[in-house]
Design a protein around this ligand. Structure first.
Ligand SMILES: C[S@@+](CC[C@H](N)C(=O)[O-])C[C@H]1O[C@@H](n2cnc3c(N)ncnc32)[C@H](O)[C@@H]1O
Length: 440
């Protein structure tokens, strides 16, 4: 049975200004999740993990105690939630993202101001060509693509991809067309891809989309959102840098009033793996093994695959002088992890992951001290973790590192508990997630 489900062509939901206003008025003052963003124009173009809600960002900008909107920075910009929310609020905003593929996605979303008709024209010329093209599926289809798509689906997806490569131009309109193709991949897959960013080839979805219909519907959604953003007066105030936040900043010193961000947590989530399907589809990686060189080396070390590949030595990491304010406790935790791993089958390198995570975050806090004005406010939406059941108080340690870097003070506002339902958990350590506020 064909389980494609089809979408209404050009009949996607609209966001009239009055509904948007009502939503904003009802805004809850919480950091929310990226799921909240999937009902918001532009934010919904690409689903990305572990963000926060755009509405919370807007509120935090409005709450900033100054007559003029604050100058905002998100050093872990991901898919661009902070940048788009700041553009809506009329604040100048900068974003860094060092995952090259994710940075391209955020940069494309910031192109909402382009002429809709030109985007539509590029997209429809591509679709017409793809529909007319002869099906060509290579014999050596990467394993991941063969697992994720039925033969009929991959044929159409590859037609879109190959025609895109043949006729694209180096223009912004075509960057949006690239985003539309990239954004439909998971909804066209019959295996487990949604919600959780990793691919679960053994899970089956009840319904999945036909690529040509999905592409047309995505373009329709984008056109309608672009029109909406212009009508409600989004401002072109964002600058996105494909930049590693550990390195010296590409912006002026002491220029930032407000940092709103959500860094990776020290919880073994692999941001490189999160875009493996998309990068394999575009031919940017051939296998899981390519992720280290193409992605992980540019991002902070928050997963054990990363530190295992770098073959790090715990003693060298712990000697880093920037860790001084947390050195004793960090050493104890890492030594426990080094011992426990020898009793585990997987022998995961959580000991070097945790140490390297704080070395990297200390570097970033130093860069933020240089970029921020005296008296700036910073909010990190962050969570703690417990690899192998050993507790890592991420918010507390990041707060202490921030003060050692020259900020005045920190406080933590818990937003939610995690890991409190014990079923199916690897450990029973209660965890939390919330806002680490840093001032100074
Ligand atoms: C929790 S996500 C941020 C999600 C974002 N708030 C959004 O709404 O899409 C953390 C991001 O930090 C990025 N990242 C990790 N290390 C980085 C670094 N050294 N410099 C810049 N970005 C980095 C990751 O690639 C990931 O996209």
């Amino acid at each position: 049975m064909n389980s494609f489900s089809q979408l209404d062509l050009f009949g996607g939901p609209q966001f009239p200004p009055d509904r948007e206003k009502a939503t904003t008025q009802r805004q809850e003052r919480r950091s929310g999740t990226f799921t909240d963003n999937m009902r918001l124009p532009i934010h919904r173009w690409f689903r990305y993990s572990a963000g926060f809600s755009a509405e919370w960002v807007e509120q935090a900008i409005k709450d900033f105690p100054s007559a003029r909107p604050p100058v905002v920075l998100d050093p872990f910009a991901g898919s661009g939630t902070t940048l788009l929310a700041a553009e809506k609020a009329g604040a100048v905003v900068y974003g860094y993202e060092s995952h090259p593929f994710v940075s391209r996605i955020a940069a494309a979303k910031l192109l909402w101001h382009l002429d809709e008709q030109r985007v539509l024209h590029a997209a429809m010329s591509l679709l017409g060509r793809a529909k007319a093209s002869k099906p060509r599926v290579p014999e050596q289809l990467p394993d991941l693509l063969a697992k994720c798509f039925t033969p009929a689906t991959i044929e159409r997806l590859l037609a879109l991809r190959d025609c895109y490569i043949e006729i694209r131009q180096e223009t912004d309109e075509w960057r949006l067309v690239w985003l539309a193709i990239t954004a439909i991949l998971r909804s066209c897959s019959h295996v487990g891809t949604a919600q959780w960013q990793y691919v679960l080839p053994n899970k089956r979805k009840a319904a999945f989309l036909d690529p040509f219909h999905a592409f047309e519907a995505k373009i329709s959604e984008m056109i309608s959102d672009m029109d909406f953003a212009k009508r409600i007066g989004f401002h072109q105030t964002a600058t996105m840098f494909s930049h590693d936040a550990r390195e010296p900043a590409p912006i002026a010193e002491h220029s930032i009033d407000l940092v709103l961000t959500s860094p990776p947590y020290p919880n073994n989530y692999d941001y490189a793996d999160a875009t493996r399907l998309e990068m394999t589809f575009w031919g940017e990686i051939a296998s899981w093994g390519d992720l280290q060189l193409t992605i992980r080396r540019f991002i902070i070390r928050s997963c054990s695959q990363h530190t295992a590949a770098e073959r790090l030595h715990l003693e060298d990491l712990l000697e880093d002088v920037t860790l001084a304010p947390i050195q004793a406790e960090l050493t104890e935790v890492c030594n426990q992890l080094a011992t426990i791993r020898m009793t585990k089958g997987g022998k995961k390198t959580y000991h070097t992951m945790v140490a390297a995570y704080f070395v990297d975050m200390a570097k970033i806090l130093m860069q933020l001290r240089v970029a921020c004005k005296p008296g700036a406010r910073l909010c990190f939406v962050v969570g703690d973790s417990a690899p192998y059941g050993i507790y890592v108080p991420a918010d507390l340690w990041l707060g202490r590192l921030a003060v050692a870097t020259g900020f005045d003070s920190f406080s933590f506002e818990k937003v939610r508990d995690r890991n409190v339902k014990w079923k199916n958990r690897k450990h029973r350590v209660p965890l939390h997630e919330g806002r680490l506020w840093i001032k100074g």
